[in-house]
Ligand binder design. Sequence first.
Ligand code: NAD
Ligand code: MG
Length: 397
Amino acid sequence: MKGVTILGATGSIGINTLDVMSRYPDRYRVVALTANSEVERLYRQCQTFRPRYAVMGNELAAEQLAARLRKELPGTEVLSGVSGLERVAALEEVDIVMAAIVGAAGLLPALAAARGGKRILLANKEALVVAGAIFMDEVRRNGAQLLPIDSEHNAIFQCMPDGFERGLAQSGVRRIMLTSSGGPFLHLPAAEFASITPDQACAHPNWTMGRKISVDSATMMNKGLEVIEACLLFNTTPGDVQVVIHPQSVIHSMVEYLDGSVLAQLGTPDMRIPIAHALAWPERIESGAGRLDLFEVARLDFEAPDLERFPCLAYAYEAASRNDTSAVIMNAANEEAVAAFLDNGILFPDIPRVIRGTLDELSPRRVTTIEEVLVEDRRARAAANGIIKEMKSDYCQ
Ligand code: NAD
Ligand code: MG
């Protein structure tokens, strides 16, 4: 019986994780569920899964949840804040931590899981992008296991040979081919980007996901974050990670070997597949996902990404090639810009402008500690919000 903590249980990945786990009640036990402020949803999840701990990032929400659970589920202890999230990520009775908080907010809890030597199922790519080598060092030092949930990285992991941690060339691998659906605006002319609404940006053609990652998919910043994620997970450089647009999202990514062999992982676009893979690895369990019907798919298309219309991908390639806080600054600016766009404060094409402006305004640094990373993250958010404020006041005139 494996004890599991789900960080971000009320989100798209969290809900899919509970769906897979509930198929194997003799194999997995929910120890802790966490959310930021969705009291009602976490309350209902607690009723169903009866965890030992429930954590709300938001203090007020934690009080509300505790008031509702006190009588009904006295066995569930309610904790709050980052310290509560860190605590349930590192509990003795927990074997597996699903890191599915969105954004850099998930960094400290994911790091606590690494320091606790857990099997980390990593959906929260921003945590890895921001902490970079520091995160990977903590994983290695504490004997933690990092299994990717991002469908592309999970696919690459499945296609990689044993011992890939040594680096691609040492493992007979030439490069990684990272597939991308291209998002909802793959062929929309740039002139029409300014009229894109938040709801249009969140309507992804193949995947149902949280709103932040949906906007990232639409700007292709998601693929950019994934290039950086791939470099860290597979110990390689951005020059060996090729982005391939593949609108059907059937091939989840590929690995090209020195002999010319290309291995791919295919499946329906259903996150329960990588979740089930990483939960049970190296065994296999049923995920509940539909089976792939190649006759229905009928064809697979591929094209090169357009970095002019989707500059976020270019910014990420640039950040990936630098051994400084460029990725921290880029990620923080992106998070603030996406939040402002979702709030109808700025336009869709303003998102890359905020990121570019923030990167130009701040000089990246070399950092070696998480504390320094957090300082840089805050500095970048302040700069990005300054740019957003100016844009908003321009729109008001
Ligand atoms: P979501 O918005 O649906 O859920 C986010 C979860 O994080 C919620 O439970 C929310 O309560 C929690 N959360 C948000 N802010 C928090 C904070 N400050 N403190 C504590 N908890 C907080 O997001 P999602 O789509 O499930 O994505 C989660 C992560 O997984 C993201 O990093 C995303 O990039 C990654 N991912 C998602 C998918 C997908 O299909 N949804 C695929 C690949 C990777
Ligand atoms: Mg992905």
